[in-house]
Design a protein around this ligand. Sequence first.
Ligand SMILES: Nc1ncnc2c1ncn2[C@@H]1O[C@H](COP(=O)(O)OP(=O)(O)OP(=O)(O)O)[C@@H](O)[C@H]1O
Ligand SMILES: [Mg+2]
Length: 604
Amino acid sequence: MKSLQYLNKYFWKYKWRLAVGLVMIICSNLFGIYPPKIIRTAFDTVAEEISGAAAANPNAAPFLFEQSLRNLLESIPLSEKLFYFGVIVLILALLKGLFTFLMRQTIIVMSRLIEYDLKNEVYDQYQRLGAAFYKKQSTGDLMNRISEDVSRVRMYLGPGIMYTLNLAVLFTLVIATMVSVNLKLTLYVLLPLPILSLTIYYVSNIINRKSEAVQRQLSKLTTSAQETFSGIRILKAFAREGSASARFEASCNDYKSKSLELVKVNALFHPFMILLIGLSTLLTVYIGGMEAIAGNITIGNIAEFVIYVNMLTWPVAALGWVTSLVQRAAASQERINEFLLEKAEIGHETGVELQIEGKIEFKNVKFIYPESGVEALKDISFIVESGQSLAVLGRTGSGKSTIAQLINRLYDASDGEIIIDGHNIKDIKLKFLRSSIGYIPQDVFLFSDSIRSNISFGSNSVPEEKIQQVAKGAALLDDISEFPEGLETMLGERGITLSGGQKQRVSIARGIVNDPSILIFDDCLSAVDTATEEQILMELKEIMKNKTTIIVSHRVSSIKHADSIIVIDEGKIKESGNHSSLLAYDSLYSKLYHQQLLEEKTAT
Ligand SMILES: Nc1ncnc2c1ncn2[C@@H]1O[C@H](COP(=O)(O)OP(=O)(O)OP(=O)(O)O)[C@@H](O)[C@H]1O
Ligand SMILES: [Mg+2]
């Protein structure tokens, strides 16, 4: 239960709502306990008229206004009296209804507000946490925390709190009244209630377990269907529809049997509850009858008690339900806390606010991927002057992308220093660092949105000329003009699918649109042919002027114009120089160059 203490700050935030809610609960219960008293009076009045003698419970104190009510109705004939009793009960019920409405409006609304706050808090934390965190978590888990776990916590904040408060108030009021009428009868009729509460607690747990199993199976089902849909082209190409169907059917079957189990428990549960409630009523009538015969209570008291018992059963049943609900909420909150309390490994708030010019220096940088322990960079040192370009060439898996990610601080170097404009990048405020870097990643990700939005990426203030300019720079204009809606063409699931090369070029346009002072191209021309590559490089020349540029590639053609070139292998710099100096001797670079030249010739 300790985990739920985290939420106390929200109760504090909404303390006034909670306080008003409590007042509403008290009011609704006050109006709730009066109707049984009126009904008792009505019964007693009838009994009095029939027997001619006053039907009085010698022990029970009259309720507030009882005497004035009796006086008021004194001279009216019985049938009319009963009508007025009915009217009073109706008015009281309406008042109780009104306050119950207000009670839900305060407490349930409070829980929704807290749910909203908590979701935002969780989401903000998601945004703060770094790449290493995301490697450890599955997307499904992250989604679950912000949706399912938060809704379970809300069940505690809303219904949990409301029913508990309601039960406490109702119990105090009703039991005090019952005891004032007859202690013995009270004890007897309350007897089955703890059993009811315990049973419901156990059954709720079973139901929750089973319905979670159903939920889990359902999410498996959805995931499997979703994978089938997103991989439909592969599936069809390999003619594997049959096996996909079989897998789906097996999943469905599992889901069905789990659902049926749940239905069975539910079906047994309800009659059992009704039985226990019936038992209480039966006891009331039987023991009450004996007491009435002995002259300890009146007939009206029996009627009153039957209503009280019925009033108590649902809240008592709710107690069992609420207990299991709070346990679930605690487990969920624990999961949420687990990472709400996780420190972002890369700090956001502190650091100098620097207008970056773009001199980049690596000093003996080592990097080990924290998740896998792979030593991706062993000892990397280089300097790129502001406005210059550096090309990083190397075989696949040699550590090129890792260098790019370190400059961005998607990860922090394990050892050594990365210095930009004389500041260690850890001392530069993250927002300033990242917003001055245009990073074009190796694996392009585009959102299901228009091409324009994908290029301007969230900022509305990008002027039209700028979009046109970067689209031209990324050699996209021809492609765009062929789409029916131009820049407004939608991409992704509901829109068109771009070719690999087109995607890369949209990604390039996105990287350069904000005029960053540092540009990092991570192998982002791999999917375009050499002619287009040449064209893009020509177009980009203007854009890259005065900007520090890092070009990662394994194709010599894209980097030969760079001011300096480093060739890395297994996380170490093997060669450095520029195109002509590297070609001047028997370098790895010149080998690659001649090999690729040859490939190109044979291809054309
Ligand atoms: N997120 C990661 N977690 C763990 N290990 C990683 C991760 N990313 C890369 N690696 C490992 O680090 C090493 C360097 O990877 P990197 O992506 O930097 O290579 P690369 O030079 O960019 O290769 P490519 O040309 O294929 O893109 C590889 O051995 C790779 O397996
Ligand atoms: Mg790479």
